[in-house]
Design a protein around this ligand. Structure first.
Ligand code: TYM
Length: 371
């Protein structure tokens, strides 16, 4: 695959992603400075993930804000496919979702697509997926969502809440549409082919819960967008508002290319990793550095392709510090060992605190569940 080529689907992200091209391909809109300013007026501050362009694209976010300004609240909806442990990449959209919940004071539906992950993987049994579901719920709660305003929906457990809506959706989407949008083939199992309405259904659940058309805003990385494209096409025909989205980029893995993914565990930092594991993974991280110290000092390094840089920028550095880091890196005034050291020093206490909250989450799981 040349660096010009990339693919982004809900199940695979490959190549060097050109996010501007992706927005054109998916038909989404860039978050404009004007829209950012309207958000700031309501929230009092622009979250760094928005300011730094990590959340960069949207569909109908302007409409959500217009309605909110008129006093009409929306619901948040996001989710997780419980296929393994939670890594730092997953945390970014959830931390942002928590910020939105707090600042806009809105309810959240959090879907766990255990069915999807069972169907998708040849290796995983329903028991495996159940175990990951239980574990992942602890991570979700540890983010700090408001238990009074958050419901976690597990597909196989709570199916009765979404099945009637999913059926209405399924009846309106053809095989040729999902084939084109999701790339399904004749060899795809029919469970996967029938799955998209299950992930689409929570877009309309708030309207049913509230008993009136209710807007939904979905914060997620842009890989999930194909679901919303098909859902938006049928929403109004079904009498519901089109779901709105706010899309993030991907946190890169610690390898040479690609997003952080649990399927390449040595390049992902999991929320349950201990200090030793974090040290080991970061020590062997790919960077944008030169082969020798001398070359680095004379030629400078390439922060743009360095996962250590991006990881520090999105999680731990202030904007000022990050810009300074980029400048020094480019001019040869910074060696990779220093950045790796900064990343280790920041990640370990962050994870320790997260693991404490994860432990405490065990006592409050019931508060987040649908009865
Ligand atoms: P899943 O489990 O693949 O991913 C969960 C969330 O994490 C985002 N994500 C990432 N974000 C940044 N950097 C990365 N490296 C990275 N990897 C994953 C995903 O975009 C997602 O927001 N089918 C879905 C589960 C789901 C869902 C939803 C997700 C059900 N309903 C509504 C978002 C919104 C899935 O398997 O996500």
């Amino acid at each position: 695959m040349s660096s010009e080529e990339f693919t982004v689907t809900p199940w695979s992200v490959e190549g060097e992603i050109d996010y501007d091209k992706l927005m054109v391909k998916f038909g989404t809109e860039k978050i404009s400075p004007e829209l950012e300013a309207r958000i700031e007026k309501i929230t009092g501050e622009v979250h760094p993930m928005l300011k730094l362009g990590y959340f960069f694209s949207h569909r109908d976010l302007d409409k959500i804000i217009t309605e909110y300004e008129k006093g009409n609240k929306f619901y948040l909806y996001t989710g997780r496919g419980p296929s393994g442990k939670i890594h730092m990449g997953h945390l970014l959209p959830w931390i942002f979702t928590k910020y939105l919940q707090e600042k806009f004071d809105v309810k959240l539906i959090f879907q766990l697509t255990d069915d999807e992950k069972f169907l998708y993987s040849d290796q995983k049994s329903m028991e495996d997926v159940k175990k990951f579901t239980e574990e992942n719920i602890l991570d979700i709660i540890a983010i700090g969502f408001d238990p009074k305003k958050t419901k976690i929906l597990i597909d196989t457990k709570d199916i009765k809440r979404i099945y009637p809506i999913a059926l209405e959706i399924a009846k309106r989407i053809t095989f040729s549409t999902v084939k084109a949008v999701f790339g399904f083939e004749n060899s795809t199992n029919i469970g996967m082919i029938g799955f998209p309405p299950i992930q689409a259904a929570p877009c309309f659940l708030p309207s049913i819960i509230e008993g009136k058309p209710t807007q939904v805003l979905i914060p997620a990385a842009i890989d999930q967008d194909p679901y919303w494209r098909v859902t938006r096409d049928i929403a109004e025909k079904m009498g519901y508002p089109k779901p709105a989205q706010i899309h993030s980029k991907f946190l890169p893995g610690l390898g040479m290319q690609g997003k952080m993914s649990s399927s390449i565990p040595e390049t992902a930092i999991f929320t349950t990793d201990d200090d030793k594991t974090v040290d080991k993974k970061i020590n062997s991280t790919f960077t944008g550095g030169q082969p020798t110290v001398e070359l680095q000092k004379s030629l400078g390094a390439n922060f743009a392709i360095c996962p250590v840089f991006w990881y520090l920028r999105y999680f731990f550095d202030t904007e000022k510090k990050s810009d300074e880091r980029a400048r020094k890196c480019k001019s040869g005034g910074l060696l990779c060992g220093e950045c790796k050291g900064n990343l280790k020093d920041a990640t370990k206490p962050f994870l320790k605190e997260f693991q404490d909250r994860r432990e405490k989450a065990k006592d409050i799981v019931d508060k987040f569940m649908f009865e």
